[in-house]
Design a protein around this ligand. Structure first.
Ligand code: NI
Length: 172
């Protein structure tokens, strides 16, 4: 089921999310819905707070077509190591449609998480996977990519999003 994606500014996008406890059927359904919502958008990552669920769960898939898809579901993801080398990517966000900006982050990170089957996972990511994992984990801590920008740029984007939300509200 495709779930509606919250658009910035929204107080739920600024909050610290709670860890997932037991991986229940409900969490399994949430992960499945989030993947469906992400692929439909289309996007390369989605965090639970973006669909209004304040839990530490993200999904990502940064494979480029025609490579086989690799849908990753990360429950309670944690960055355990970050490289000193930095890299810059032009980032976007499904909660901030059609706005892009360059953000500098560690080029590589190791992430530890729990898979849906309850197993502990740890993997090192580089390139877009690394950027995306960091961006999605930021969402769980109430941080958006525009928080890396200067105040003027951030305000400009926020005003555009307020306008977009007003327009969408009128269309309903
Ligand atoms: Ni995002």
């Amino acid at each position: 089921m495709i779930r509606p994606i919250l658009i910035h500014p929204d107080p739920r996008l600024k909050k610290l999310c709670e860890p997932v406890g037991d991986i229940t059927a409900e969490i399994g359904r949430l992960a499945e819905d989030m993947l469906e919502t992400m692929y439909d958008a289309p996007g390369v990552g989605l965090a639970a707070p973006q669909v209004g669920v304040m839990r530490r769960l993200i999904v990502l898939d940064c494979t480029k077509d025609p490579a086989p898809h690799r849908p990753l579901v990360m429950v309670n993801p944690e960055i355990t190591w970050a490289s000193e080398d930095l890299s810059t990517y032009e980032e976007g966000c499904l909660s901030i449609p059609e706005q892009y900006a360059e953000v500098e982050r560690p080029a590589e990170v190791r992430v530890r998480w729990t898979a849906l089957d309850g197993s502990a996972q740890e993997e090192q990511f580089a390139g877009l996977w690394s950027t995306c994992a960091q961006h999605e984990i930021d969402h769980l801590n109430g941080r958006l990519f525009i928080d890396f920008l200067g105040p003027l740029k951030r305000q400009m984007i926020t005003r555009k999003m307020e306008k977009l939300k007003r327009e969408r509200a009128r269309q309903v």
